[in-house]
Write a protein that binds this ligand. Sequence first.
Ligand SMILES: *Cc1c(COP(=O)(O)O)cnc(C)c1O
Length: 402
Amino acid sequence: MTFRSGRHFLQIPGPTNVPDRVLRAMDQPTIDHRGPEFARLTLSILEDLKSVFKTTGDVIIFPSSGTGAWEASLVNTLSPGDKVLMFETGQFAMQWHRMAKNLGLNAEVVPNDWRHGADPAQLEKLLKEDRQHQIKAVAVVHNETSTGVTSRIPEIRKAIDRAGHPALLMVDTISSLASIDYRHDEWGVDVTVAGSQKGLMLPPGIAFNAIGPKARAAAKSSRTPKSYWNWEDILATNKSGFFPYTPATNILYGLREALRMLHEEGLETVFARHARLAEATRRTARAWGLEILCLNPEEYSNTLTALLMPEGHDADNLRQVILERYNMSLGTGLGKLQGRVFRIGHLGDFNELMLAGTLCGVEMGLAAAGVPHKQGGVLAALDYLAAGGKTQTSVQAAAKTA
Ligand SMILES: *Cc1c(COP(=O)(O)O)cnc(C)c1O
């Protein structure tokens, strides 16, 4: 390896850049996880986490990857053979589905072209047809990280209500929580799955389940064998600030600091920042003449943008050129999108100049890799950001009234 000066640009859609404040907070001696100082830490974190999920209910922290929290959502609420409807929004949804099958659930896929979110109308129809209420749960990935498509969870909730169906609603927010508006209680979600290494700006290593009363009740009758993932054991020890096993103490220090940062900025400001940087990215993509994978503008992801390569050009070759020349990592195409798309992550501890650097790296990379595109696309983002992320019309309107 040759020496690379400057800093690496980690522009994959998770893990994201871990801010210095979080790194410093974690760089502390590990304490006794059965002692009073640790109990105070846990209790304050568990309370503060609620505001990020927008819930008054319980949030559980697992020392695991997001995948572990997927498993916890399924094994705690369902029983072998239970029917689960899962929307094929992309690679992550399909991995959750594969897990459900492995766990002995009757997991049914609602097919999708990987360019749209979960369809509320289709869900309503399927639930209305299920007169025996055999479907026990509906599982949706809020922000499909393989495609850059955000499903409309409030409309999914309304579809379930219109069908008058009692199925649980489980939502994966691993790449949306603390970046894109999300409301566990208000949207009537029963289990929310989340992870540490994306919007929460932490290293990988912890994951979450936010659980509503209906999920807690379902857990009482669930017959799926479980032990490590069992909510009840964790909730019981959490009451006094402890865990049934050794928790990821130092990542919890980091979480304490990340929650402070989110509260200092304000969640609504965090969401607006992500929306602004995402819109700037899309403007640049259009100016380059590259196609955005997501086809429905209402479902554009604010945390990442997946761009299609022109025919005959390989996305992984472009990514390799950009890594070698400019020391920047971009997201690869996952599953059936391998080689066809690359993904620009614009989430977490991220701002205007970091985005400008990111887009410049992509633009130089497109030229270096010989990918046909229009030059100067970055200017579209700079114009938009220089106007404070307002659309041209609103800037013109402001100029008129001034
Ligand atoms: C990253 C991600 C996962 C997987 O999380 P791991 O921590 O890698 O297990 C699942 N779902 C979504 C939407 C993700 O973005």
